[in-house]
Ligand binder design. Structure first.
Ligand code: ADP
Ligand code: ADP
Length: 221
């Protein structure tokens, strides 16, 4: 469904990605692992259409996306992708429910529908009681659950998660991972999970290990 074909990317003199190829199937949970600086985040950003590779192709459902004009790429991202980062990246002045409703508003749903679907997702992630609180006031674990709800609310094909539990303790991390993967599995959403933490990688169906910008090995779990 989502494919990288021979991706290359440099920052200055540093070759960060070197001929990276991989394929992610519908509903598959994939962990991209490797030490700090291996190129994990850069690969994720290329796949998610946030940055453009210098060489190679990113292909979604048989269609090349890395060369789309910016406006089209933004629209494609909003319709097909969700993201969860280490610190949630929510809008702190908005309530949890408003944050979760945002992607639906961008996709031209009405406010009432968006708020009602947002409430359903907050319930699913067991953070209904945070719905009317500004996300700046929430705990790290609550924020990550809200971020997971926001990533999934538009029914994306793929959720990209970059160290989604990096700011949480072990228990909080387990709860967020279970919430993320439970919701993804039930909606056949693929998840690309970037992590240097083996405990997090253990949740994936498959591990893609990166070293110095190249795929070292693919390991089925
Ligand atoms: P990882 O996620 O595996 O830690 P990254 O993809 O974040 O690796 O980074 C790989 C290398 O690319 C690092 O050396 C990092 O400093 C460098 N890098 C990443 N993004 C940029 C950028 N925007 N500008 C310059 N260098 C960058
Ligand atoms: P991580 O490895 O956890 O993804 P980093 O601290 O490496 O986090 O990168 C965070 C952000 O900073 C990324 O968006 C990356 O592109 C950017 N970045 C990383 N290294 C550099 C760098 N040397 N110069 C400029 N931007 C960088």
């Amino acid at each position: 469904m989502l494919e990288a074909r021979g991706l290359g990317k440099s920052f200055g003199q540093t070759r960060v990605l070197n001929e990276v190829s991989l394929e992610i199937a519908e509903g598959e949970i994939v962990a991209v692992t490797g030490p700090s600086g291996a190129g994990k985040s850069t690969l994720l950003h290329c796949l998610a259409g946030v940055i453009r590779p210098e060489s190679g192709e990113v292909v979604l459902d048989g269609r090349r996306i890395d060369t789309l004009p910016e406006a089209e790429l933004t629209k494609l991202r909003r319709e097909n992708f969700g993201v969860v980062f280490q610190f949630g990246e929510l809008v702190p002045e908005l309530t949890a429910a408003e944050n979760v409703a945002l992607p639906m508003l961008f996709n031209r749903h009405g406010r009432q529908e968006a708020m009602s679907v947002a409430a359903e997702w907050l319930a699913r992630l067991e953070v209904s009681d945070c719905a009317d609180q500004r996300t700046g006031e929430l705990s790290g674990g609550q924020r990550q659950r809200v971020a997971v709800a926001r990533a999934l609310v538009s029914g994306p094909r793929v959720v990209f998660a970059d160290e989604p539990t990096g700011a949480l303790d072990t228990l909080g991390g387990e709860q967020v991972m279970n919430a993320l993967l439970g919701a993804a599995r039930s909606s056949r959403t693929a998840v690309v999970l970037v992590t240097h933490d083996n405990r997090v990688a253990a949740y994936a169906d498959r591990e893609i290990a990166l070293r110095d910008g190249a795929v070292l090995a693919g390991v089925d779990r």
